[in-house]
Design a protein. Sequence first.
Length: 406
Amino acid sequence: MDTTRLFNGLYVSFWLPTAVLTAALVIKLPSIVKMWRDPLLRAVGGLLLFGCAVFVFAAPRTIHWINGVTGVPNISAPWVYSLLTALCACWLLLIIAWRNDLADRSAQTRRATRLVVSVYAGVVVALWVLFALADVPVERLRDLDTYYANTPFMREEILLYLLAHATACTITARLLWNWIRTDGLDAWLRWGLRLLGMGYASNLFFDASKLTAVVARWTGHDLDWLSSDLAPSAACVSATLVAVGFIVPHVGQYLHERWRVRLDHRRLRPLYLLMRTVTGGREPFAPRATSELRLIRRETFIRDALLQLSRHLDEDLRIRSYDAALALGADPGRAKVLAAAVTVLDAVAARQRCPDTDSASTPSGPDTAYLMREIQAVSRALRRPEVVEAVRARAAAPAESVPAHE
């Protein structure tokens, strides 16, 4: 049974990686178009585009269609080999652009780029020359490499594309694994690099399967299943890992940022509810507003309400609360936040006792810069009312019971 088929002749080993690579290309395309002069993005675009093309044109149905349209049996072979060789070049160009600073235009970088382009362009030319010299009259859709393994010129062509592919895989995987071990990488980027490294390393199984089957033919043995069944499956796994490796940093960072914004919005809820008792209103609500806009509106609402409280902020209470929090075992940063929370609660109570007081009538008042800057921390402190109340109670105790702040 053909292990690469799934229902009605659909080749999973070809169309699954095509779908995943296309998804990665769609995600990256806006950045590629916007910053086309960026060599890194050009290499990524070329890699994903050639990757899609390889699997589209390597599918048996596409091979048969191209052979029929051109009227040349097996002309798809040099065409697919050329696409695969171009893909290999994109892998190496990506590493050159990725590992070097984008502003780096050193002679060494330029030489490396020219070398990769020249060598792999030469391989493409050699593939077509060898095909023109070979005699391959019988169309083979899935086992061309082993069927013509002993055919003059076609034998050399098969060996050439496999060696070019294996060389690129080895170099790329080695550089990626070295890069993963460097410090300072973003977590999502590190995971993306790991998936890319596994993808390129698993590509070597494709080469090993093909070469083993070809060598077996040279020695009179039949291991064609390695080439026709195992190799496409290895290529499918490899391409999927590479595509996901490109997707993970982009999607992961996007989802992480969305989650952070939503979490910040939710964490502000205790302080927001408290400020509603000050203003009597609520933040503007728009069902279609983005998460970022809703967060900005909540932050603005809270800060505006805090400005209305500025006249009622008791600086002496804040200092006593800070000392009380330290006495209760809080570290200085935590003590400062708890003191601010106690001060805000006291200010709200004071304003409720004197609702007609207008903070604007006072030309100067306590410094509210810390409160405005640390509304997230203060709101989180309000989620533990028992801790805030303990600090508040200790701050209200007779002065001699609270150690002096040093």
